[in-house]
Design a protein around this ligand. Structure first.
Ligand SMILES: [Zn+2]
Length: 86
């Protein structure tokens, strides 16, 4: 059993185009990962989701920044990092 030659050529091409367009889309988590961590002068960050009029907001979330690594808001995924003054 064999497919016509034209079908054998077009099907893989369509598949490649679909793959390309699919990988160019980014999930919300990938987009949020491109936002640099927000620097906070203190041990506690306060996140309401909406910054500078962007976003719908969420209940106020207090994020402890005692760890060295940036901490993530569980609501909106924004990252916060403590600024250390020396
Ligand atoms: Zn948030």
């Amino acid at each position: 059993m064999s497919l016509p030659e034209s079908a054998g050529k077009t099907a893989p091409l369509r598949f490649r185009v679909w793959l390309c367009s699919d990988t160019s889309k980014k999930s919300p988590m990938e987009l949020i990962n491109e936002v640099p961590p927000i620097k906070v002068d203190g041990r506690i960050a306060v996140c309401e989701g909406a910054s500078e009029g962007v976003g719908l907001g969420h209940p106020i979330e207090y994020i402890c920044l005692d760890l060295e690594a940036p901490n993530v808001c569980k609501y909106c995924g924004l990252r916060y990092v403590q600024v250390h003054h020396h």
